[in-house]
Design a protein around this ligand. Structure first.
Ligand code: FE
Length: 164
């Protein structure tokens, strides 16, 4: 039995992803060699997005700065930031404060890591000197998803289910 949900008519529809870690490999969007993301919620009103990051290689992945908060939950494997002495191990929650610049590293003994990230604003990428090299926001993420899902045969509308 379903109880009538008291949703406001202006409230956007909910999102439920039963296989957050998908069985269909095509759902993973390639980000870089051996690095993928899986969209869960792409928020065009707040400029924010929730996704899984999957990495199957060791070494430095990126150096970046956050202008807004990031929340992470490690589902599989582990990773760390060169600027800190902690390791985000399986089951860990991480809060990344706005204003922090850090360098994401996966160690050689980790064959695969999967982490849920809730990211606001943008990923502001920098080089070793701190110079700006690029950025990603919810709109560039949507564009990447759409392009990949067309090429992967899931269709140009596949990403729309995650967009609010
Ligand atoms: Fe970060």
């Amino acid at each position: 039995m379903t109880i009538q949900a008291p949703a406001h008519p202006l409230s956007p529809p909910e999102i439920v992803v039963n296989q957050a870690v998908p069985e269909d490999e095509r759902v993973w969007v390639p980000q870089a060699p051996n690095v993928w993301f899986r969209p869960l919620m792409l928020n065009t009103v707040n400029g924010q997005w929730c996704n899984l990051l999957r990495v199957r290689r060791a070494g430095v992945l990126s150096r970046h700065r956050h202008p807004a908060p990031v929340h992470g939950y490690v589902i599989k494997g582990s990773w760390r930031y060169l600027e800190h002495d902690w390791v985000a191990t399986e089951g860990s929650y991480v809060f990344e404060p706005p204003g922090e610049t850090h360098t994401l590293v996966v160690d050689p003994d980790v064959p695969e890591m999967i982490t849920f990230f809730n990211i606001s604003g943008c990923m502001y990428y920098v080089d070793e000197q701190g110079n700006h090299t690029g950025f990603e926001d919810v709109f560039s993420k949507i564009d990447m998803c759409r392009k990949h899902y067309i090429a992967a045969g899931l269709g140009e509308r596949y990403v729309d289910q995650f967009v609010r």
